[in-house]
Unconditional design. Structure first.
Length: 172
């Protein structure tokens, strides 16, 4: 890679890392896994950076790679066997507060019940504030598919929020 390409990648990574991390967190619901996903996505993006940077803005491609990393992670059998009921020993990151994303705990837990591709459509459309065309490009599908996946995902999200809402009100 040329020194100019390396510098432009470093600048892109520094500028977009936090946004990618937030998006990854909304995909998976785990800050540690979100950091791993962003790291994997940036490593994959670095390998093809000269080609990607010449074709135009790399934002959409970076989101696409991040999404693919998350979907690949979902397919790994060892993730299903992992026991996540333990306590994480390190201190929480100051930037890891979900309320800083503008999303309540209730909504985050409900979002975890939405199937992965529908969750990706919802996160990209409403949390990342992308247009339907940009979401379609990121998900590699038609705009109609984005609309149907979003609509179905929102139905599941609404039902999950309604199920959880009485429990959240009772705990106050």
């Amino acid at each position: 890679m040329k020194p100019g390409d390396d510098a432009s990648f470093r600048e892109f990574a520094a500028r977009k890392a936090l946004t990618l991390r937030r998006t990854a967190y909304l995909f998976c619901g785990d800050w540690h896994l979100a950091e791993d996903l962003v790291q994997s996505a940036l490593m994959k993006l670095y390998r093809v950076w000269p080609k990607v940077s010449r074709t135009g803005p790399a934002d959409n491609y970076a989101r696409q790679v991040l999404l693919r990393c998350w979907l690949d992670e979902q397919r790994r059998p060892w993730r299903r066997k992992e026991n996540r009921s333990g306590h994480v020993p390190d201190r929480p990151d100051a930037h890891a507060d979900p309320t800083r994303l503008g999303i309540s705990d209730l909504l985050l837990h409900a979002l975890a019940e939405v199937p992965p591709k529908q969750r990706a459509a919802i996160v990209l459309r409403y949390c990342a504030d992308l247009s339907i065309a940009d979401v379609a490009a990121t998900l590699r599908c038609s705009e109609g598919t984005v609309k149907s996946q979003t609509a179905r995902g929102l139905e599941i999200l609404r039902a999950a929020v309604e199920r959880r809402e009485p429990a959240a009100e009772g705990s106050k």
